[in-house]
Design a protein around this ligand. Structure first.
Ligand SMILES: [Zn+2]
Length: 399
């Protein structure tokens, strides 16, 4: 849940210091570690300010300052600043067939990822009980500081308290998932829409790195999700449910979608149909690229052509509305994109002036994408205000 912490406003000297700590920690986290001189260069702050802030971050236990590395170039060697290996985030992702629990270090390193198969009709109570057990086992015997727990839900989640409003594929409605998991673990817990968290991962460490205007589509077993970043800010909308790109209308007289409307992208373009047409089963999705490349069956080409056409409608709308610098495609949509004809660029039928600055990329983080992105949510309070948010120490004497 979100706790009221006093945000640094940049007004007083203390606010300024807290702002600087947040800037430095975010750069160290996103880079995974860098020489102090490079950190100074990237912030534009003077050396003594950076030195004082780093001393604070070292004292807080957030970063580690190594001994000066030998540099091939002339000049004083600069010590390497790395994220503290003790600080972690815990991630939970309930899906239709499994719950995945992960442990991610500051710097976006996936340390552990456990997948637990589940029965059909997974309940929130089962997710809470099994996740809490797995988290306890995951942390046992380790000396760590947990920045938080975050849950990636395939559905709409209220940001303020992690309430699941609707997760149609899991059959959940109005479930206080974050509150219950926090009660079971004693660790601060947040929850959000899984696709938007996948976007966080790609934006922080993958194909969207350094891009301020990004549109992201991801396709999986339970549909298509996505998200939008504009001017460096995630588009959330009034209540936090913005960015449902899977419900772009792509056929006015199309199929009925579980959301109640007709012709949504995610009901018209499905992983299941694509797998079926090349004779693969749902668990063989990692062979989809290979199967599409190997097939010269006209029926397969027809499915791919139709899917690309409908995806193209959604992409055209997104490019016209948001004018993104980059479009990132993940999951089976990346496979579709890799098998499109070379002379038929995705988004090419958008308004010319919006399309000309567009680059299209496929997601880079693979199987780690959702775990890394979910950890970004768990780390968010620490990264926003390192002096005001302290991780919870587990398994060790306090120090
Ligand atoms: Zn829909």
């Amino acid at each position: 849940m979100n706790r009221p912490t006093r945000p640094p406003t940049g007004g007083t000297a203390d606010d300024l210091r807290r702002n600087n700590l947040a800037r430095l920690l975010k750069i160290v986290h996103r880079s995974g570690g860098l020489p102090r001189a490079e950190l100074t260069r990237r912030t534009g702050l003077n050396r003594s300010t950076v030195g004082a802030c780093l001393a604070d971050l070292v004292a807080l236990g957030d970063v580690v300052e190594g001994s000066p590395a030998a540099t091939p170039r002339k000049g004083r060697p600069s010590p390497l600043i790395t994220p503290s290996p003790d600080i972690v985030a815990v991630t939970v992702n309930p899906e239709v067939d499994a719950i995945t629990v992960g442990l991610v270090g500051l710097g976006g390193r996936v340390l552990e990822r456990w997948r637990m198969e589940t029965s059909a009709d997974l309940t929130v109570r089962e997710v809470v009980t099994r996740s809490a057990g797995a988290i306890s086992a995951l942390l046992a015997g380790r000396t760590l500081a947990v920045a938080g727990v975050a849950v990636a839900v395939p559905g709409q989640v209220r940001r303020s308290d992690g309430q699941v409003r609707d997760a149609v594929h899991l059959g959940w409605r109005e479930e206080p998932l974050a509150v219950e998991l926090e009660r079971a673990t004693g660790l601060p817990t947040k929850a959000a829409n899984a696709a938007s968290l996948g976007m966080y991962g790609e934006s922080a460490f993958g194909a969207g790195r350094g891009i301020d205007d990004l549109v992201y589509f991801i396709g999986g077993a339970s549909g298509i999700g996505g998200g939008v970043i504009t001017g460096g800010q995630v588009v959330r909308g009034a209540s936090g449910y913005g960015g449902e790109l899977g419900h772009f209308m792509v056929r006015s007289e199309g199929r009925k979608c579980p959301c109640g409307a007709r012709g949504c992208l995610e009901i018209e373009v499905t992983q299941r149909e694509l797998l079926d047409c090349v004779g693969l089963l749902p668990h063989q999705v990692d062979r989809l690229d290979e199967a599409l490349a190997a097939s010269d069956d006209p029926a397969v080409r027809a499915v791919v052509r139709r899917d690309l056409e409908l995806l193209g409608v959604a992409v055209r709308n997104a490019v016209n509305v948001f004018n993104p610098g980059r479009l990132v495609l993940g999951g089976f949509l990346a496979s579709l994109h890799r098998h499109r004809p070379a002379d038929d660029a995705l988004g090419a039928d958008a308004i010319r002036s919006s399309f000309e600055s567009l680059t299209v990329a496929t997601a880079e983080l693979g199987a780690d994408q959702l775990t890394i992105g979910t950890a970004e949510l768990a780390f968010s309070d620490l990264l926003a205000d390192p002096a005001g948010h302290r991780p919870v120490r587990v398994g060790a004497p306090t120090g």
